[in-house]
Design a protein. Sequence first.
Length: 189
Amino acid sequence: MKMRPGKDCFVVFALAISLALAVVPAAATPLEQWASTVIGFSSQWSDGEWAASQALGAPNTFEYGDFNTAWASSSEDGTLEFITLGYAAPVYATGAVIRETCGNGMVYQVDVLDLNDVLHTVWTGTDPSLPGTPVDFPVSWTKTAYPVNGLKIYINTSHQLNEWEEIDAVKLIGYGIGNTPPNMLLLDK
């Protein structure tokens, strides 16, 4: 095939670039997942209603108040409590979303649980969530250098005196540990 210099070479060059760029790795997308198991807890109101297992899965408490579809400790006031939740897919964690549905503002510490069952504190501070409506309290930190498969949430039951502090669900956010091929993006021609 005989090609004319200039236009024909440009067309071939453009076609070669298009083919080279036809499949480009997409930017990594964070994996978001709701808790799938209860690893531990300091206390719970009962084995059914207000149990630690009520914090599993996606939110199912849609109004603010004392509802049995959220986890509550056995004490209304005067204690420091925790719940530790497990996640199906280990990730390099960057954050969490804690669904508070009563006594909002109670969280004071978050730890991640690595694959060797070692806890690492990734956040401490003041939870700014206000009472009156369910709140998805976002917590973020620098991406962990180790895979994480659990979160431990610490709460202060004295945060709102004479009101139960309740958590409906907890989402873990992070990046996969390489068990699946990278996402690919097909470019338009």
